[in-house]
Design a protein around this ligand. Structure first.
Ligand SMILES: [Cu+2]
Length: 172
C-alpha cells in the first residue's frame, strides 16, 4: 500500500480577509459643524411682491375732444342745435336761414354783459376799441362767427327775438 501522502496543500490559507477596517475617519459625521442653514432661513424671505398684475389701464373710452368749429342754424325762431360745445379757441358760426335779420348776442338781454364784461351800449359803440365782444351788435341777414377763448357755458340769444336762445360751452 502506498500511502500516498496526499499532501493537501492546505497551507494556503485564504488570504487574510484584507478587508481592512473602514477608516474610522471616513464617514465621521462632523457634528456641530455648523447649522445646516436652511436656505432662506433668517434672511428676509423677500417674496416677490405679490405681483398683482395691473390690468391694462382701464381703457377709458377716449372722450372725443370737442370740435374747434361748430355751426348753428337759426331759422328765425330757434337755434339748432340749441346747445353746443367747442374747444377753447374754437369758433361757432351761426347760419342765418331765416328770411330776416339775426342778432346773436351774449346773455343777458338786453345788456349783453355776461361774456365780455361790457355792456351793449359800450362794446357796440363805434368808438369801442376793446376786445371783440360776443355780440353781433346789429341785425344782419348774413351769418355770424365768433371765436371763444373763455371756458364755461355761455348763454346767448337773438337780440331781435330774445325768446330764441342757446348756449355755447367752451372746454379746454
Ligand atoms: Cu339782447
Amino acid at each position: 500500500m502506498t500511502n500516498t501522502n496526499t499532501v493537501v496543500n492546505e497551507g494556503a490559507e485564504s488570504p487574510a480577509p484584507g478587508a481592512e477596517a473602514p477608516n474610522p475617519a471616513a464617514g465621521t459625521v462632523l457634528e456641530g459643524s455648523g447649522d445646516v442653514t436652511a436656505p432662506g432661513v433668517g434672511g428676509d424671505t423677500t417674496q416677490p411682491a405679490a405681483t398683482t398684475p395691473t390690468p391694462p389701464a382701464a381703457t377709458t373710452p377716449t372722450t372725443p375732444s370737442a370740435p374747434m368749429a361748430v355751426t348753428v342754424t337759426y331759422n328765425g325762431t330757434a337755434y339748432t342745435p340749441k346747445d353746443v360745445t367747442i374747444k377753447k379757441g374754437g369758433t361757432v358760426t351761426w347760419k342765418n336761414s331765416s328770411s330776416g335779420n339775426m342778432w346773436v348776442a351774449s346773455a343777458q338781454h338786453p345788456t349783453h354783459t355776461v361774456y365780455s364784461g361790457t355792456s351793449r351800449s359800450a362794446h357796440c359803440a363805434s368808438s369801442y376799441t376793446g376786445a371783440k365782444p360776443f355780440d353781433q351788435c346789429k341785425g344782419e341777414t348774413t351769418d355770424y362767427t365768433f371765436a371763444f377763448d373763455k371756458t364755461g357755458k355761455h348763454g346767448y340769444h337773438d337780440h331781435i327775438n330774445a325768446s330764441a336762445f342757446g348756449s355755447v360751452t367752451v372746454v379746454d
